[in-house]
Design a protein around this ligand. Structure first.
Ligand SMILES: Nc1ncnc2c1ncn2[C@@H]1O[C@H](COP(=O)(O)OP(=O)(O)OP(=O)(O)O)[C@@H](O)[C@H]1O
Ligand SMILES: Nc1nc2c(ncn2[C@@H]2O[C@H](COP(=O)(O)O)[C@@H](O)[C@H]2O)c(=O)[nH]1
Length: 215
């Protein structure tokens, strides 16, 4: 069988951000996408929040103390950071830059403040998706059903959901997470289409010219 030519077109990595009110399902959708798409890497955040039962260091988060968090923020080791529900969260810079440099896409499950900071620094590389719950009662049911937070924490998150949702117009795409599989498929479709954006295809003008030159 004849060997096929390697593609002359390379792709610029993109940053795919999922935001939502707490409990709407962005982490669930992110995990589903990671299982289906080998070309995307999850950004693992640092946080000062207490570890929940079942969470794994380095997989769900890097759990660090306030002093270390403040040092990372001061020295520019965080690509973005924010205080959310009384705890600090941030995206370690090096892991993201290494993945993008290797031509991989990076997935983030972060809040609107983090999405705004990424947009300020790298708008062209950012694709943002806002995830809405199908209803308020379902959002509360999911937060409670997760079985990991106290009533006080759940009440605080429900109280802040309206503010988080108010940022939906800042996002490129909005989905309503009713059925998990449909939501994962929707985000997968967004990712596939965004990968084909003209500006992300490095070498495309040269490739088109070479075709035109041989016509
Ligand atoms: N479409 C869905 N239908 C039913 N349950 C869902 C759906 N999506 C997610 N869930 C469930 O809702 C709960 C919250 O989901 P998840 O942890 O993914 O939310 P989140 O938006 O990442 O929350 P947080 O911002 O607090 O990290 C989980 O128990 C998850 O299994
Ligand atoms: N700006 C950032 N927000 C983040 C980051 N990692 C998570 N988050 C947001 O925090 C809330 C709460 O998360 P939980 O794990 O305590 O339920 C979540 O809704 C995310 O939006 C981050 O690195 N930067």
């Amino acid at each position: 069988m004849a060997a096929t030519n390697p593609s002359p077109i390379h792709r610029r990595g993109l940053m795919l951000v999922l935001s939502s009110p707490s409990g709407a399902g962005k982490t669930t959708i992110a995990r589903g996408l990671l299982e289906r798409d080998a070309g995307i890497t999850m950004s693992v955040s640092v946080t000062t929040r207490q570890m929940r039962p079942g969470e794994v260091e380095g997989l769900d988060y890097y759990f660090i103390d306030q002093q270390r968090f403040d040092r990372m923020a001061e020295t520019g080791d965080l690509l973005e950071h924010a205080r959310v529900f009384g705890n600090c969260y941030g995206t370690p810079r090096v892991a993201v830059e290494d993945a993008l440099g290797a031509g991989r896409d990076v997935l983030f499950a972060i809040d609107w403040q983090g999405a705004q900071q990424l947009a300020q620094n790298a708008r062209d590389d950012l694709v943002s998706v806002f995830v809405l719950p199908p209803s308020v009662s379902e959002l509360e049911r999911r937060l409670r059903g997760r079985g990991q937070d106290s009533e006080e924490v759940i009440a605080n998150r429900m109280a802040k959901a309206s503010n988080e949702i108010s940022h939906w117009p800042e996002y490129d795409y909005v989905i309503v997470n009713s059925d998990v599989d449909e939501s994962i498929a929707a985000v997968e479709a967004i990712l596939h289409a965004e990968r084909l954006r003209r500006r992300r295809q490095i070498g495309l003008p040269e490739f088109v010219r070479s075709i035109q030159d041989t016509l």
